[in-house]
Design a protein around this ligand. Structure first.
Ligand code: ZN
Ligand code: ZN
Length: 486
């Protein structure tokens, strides 16, 4: 029984308890500084009280804190019920007011919503070898986390005979067949997953997040599994909830505008989506695969032409959107790692969920106005350069900006028909590369000569070092020229 203002550390015989204020303070400190674990907090409380620290106090505090969070969760549920926001899909379909609250008078956008997804292995949990963990029937994770069973349904062995849906885009199909992103990107490969992570039970989390940083879906990544199932499961969680919302709202037909999914291996992931049973739902909801602008430049050129965010109409917003929201989120959530590494299954999820709930409702949501204001100001700054851009384009002989898309199409056709680099182009590139190197060598030689001439007697004697530098620069210079003359 919970007495007013006090939470006991055991359910039946109460000898010790913690005040609600003490628990509340720890909760808020942890949400603001996830590095903080129970141990330093209890030690600090002992210091304040002039009481020697005893390890059993941590266990007592942990039990009382579990009860406190359970009460908190039930209060949140009652508030949600009172506001009629307690349906299973409510949170995921109303997570972001900017992305998901559409007005009838809004004009339709090419891309109606942008989300990002990625896995992160910082929030691992070490498997205690030789120690049998006590069975804990409690489930944490709220409506953020997908269950392991829901994720495993999307393992390839369950759908490998599904009929692939091939979009009518021969260039994309060609990139899927001939592209080498799967070999190059470790993230897209399952080979490394099991080996290096064997000592961990949960290897991290997979995150689906909107472009404003509000979390849509989370899944635990567990050992020995292909990575594709996490992206498929979280995508299905979101897309199916959105589809159900449309039906319940009486909206007919597919939604207006595309739904862009940015992922650092968006190219290979899109191939998996098209081959999986998710394909028809993805097509209906306007799935548009993309690769974020930071990771995009490490992909092949043909892949970039298909998936780079910069080239997707309505996605990049003149460079203001990079599709790397997950990276920004992980840079903060990684601070949880020290607390989750040795926690139990239940407590690890409990910490991640509390942190996510707090970040969504007290940080990201509160920062939305600032986010929009800053982006609006940046957009105005970019628009103010439109005139000078026009002048520069005219000078370069470009009358209409739409020709840039034509260039991209021409480049795609060129790459598709290219079986081997033409000899003349290879030679031109090589010659240019050597000219650049020659210029660099000449600059070094000039500097070395200048240093030699400006030597004054009485200063420290660097003659030997200067002579050596000049000789090396000269040798490099002659080397370049001889190579080019050959
Ligand atoms: Zn690629
Ligand atoms: Zn959003």
């Amino acid at each position: 029984m919970v007495r007013a203002g006090v939470f006991p550390s055991s359910p039946l015989r109460h000898h010790h308890s913690f005040s609600t204020r003490t628990l509340h303070l720890f909760h808020d400190l942890f949400c603001r500084c996830p590095r903080l674990s129970i141990q330093p907090y209890i030690k600090a409380l002992c210091d304040v009280q002039g009481f020697p620290f005893r390890p059993y106090l941590m266990h007592q505090f942990s039990s009382a804190y579990d009860a406190y969070l359970e009460v908190k969760a039930r209060v949140r549920k009652l508030v949600a019920q009172a506001l009629h926001r307690d349906s299973p899909d409510w949170r995921i379909t109303h997570a972001c007011s900017c992305c998901q609250y559409e007005l009838e008078e809004d004009s339709s956008l090419d891309i109606r919503m942008m989300v990002a997804m990625d896995g992160n292995d910082s929030l691992k949990r070490v498997a205690d070898s030789g120690v049998i963990e006590r069975l804990d029937p409690r489930q944490a994770g709220g409506d953020y986390f997908l269950s392991r069973a829901a994720v495993n349904e999307w393992a390839e062995e369950n759908w490998k005979n599904a009929t692939p849906w091939i979009p009518g885009n021969s260039f994309r199909e060609w990139v899927w067949k001939t592209g080498r992103c799967e070999e190059k990107w470790h993230n897209a490969s399952d080979k490394n997953t099991g080996k290096s992570w064997a000592k961990f039970d949960e290897n991290g989390i997979f995150l689906l997040i909107c472009r404003h940083g509000l979390v849509l879906s989370l899944a635990d990544m567990v050992k020995l599994g292909e990575r594709a199932k996490y992206s498929l499961a979280t995508m299905h969680h979101f897309l199916e909830a959105e589809r159900r919302r449309r039906i319940s709202n009486g909206e007919d037909g597919p939604p207006r505008g595309k739904l862009c999914f940015a992922y650092d291996v968006g190219c290979t992931n899109s191939k998996t989506v098209q081959c999986s049973p998710l394909a028809s739902l993805a097509e209906y909801m306007g799935y548009l695969p993309a690769v974020g602008t930071m990771h995009g430049y490490a992909h092949e050129r043909a892949c970039q032409l298909n998936f780079l965010l910069l080239y997707l109409t309505g996605a990049c917003h003149a460079g203001l959107e990079d599709g790397e929201t997950c990276k920004q989120y992980f840079s903060k959530s990684n601070a949880l790692a020290s607390a989750t590494r040795h926690a139990s299954v239940f407590h690890r999820r409990q910490m991640i969920t509390e942190y996510t709930y707090h970040t969504d409702n007290f940080e990201m949501y509160g920062n939305l106005s600032k986010f929009l204001r800053n982006h609006y100001k940046q957009a105005l700054e970019i628009l103010s350069t439109a005139e000078s851009l026009k002048v520069r384009m005219r000078k370069a002989g470009i009358e209409d900006a739409r020709i840039i898309f034509q260039w991209l199409e021409e480049e795609a056709a060129y790459l598709q028909n290219l079986s081997k680099e033409p000899l003349a182009e290879t030679l031109q590139m090589e010659y240019y590369g050597r000219l650049v190197a020659l210029k660099e060598c000449q600059a070094v030689l000039k500097e070395a000569r200048h240093a030699w001439l400006s030597y004054r007697p009485g200063e420290q004697d660097y003659t030997a070092a200067l002579e050596r530098t000049q000789r090396h620069a000269q040798e490099n210079d002659f080397g370049r020229i001889n190579k080019q003359n050959r």
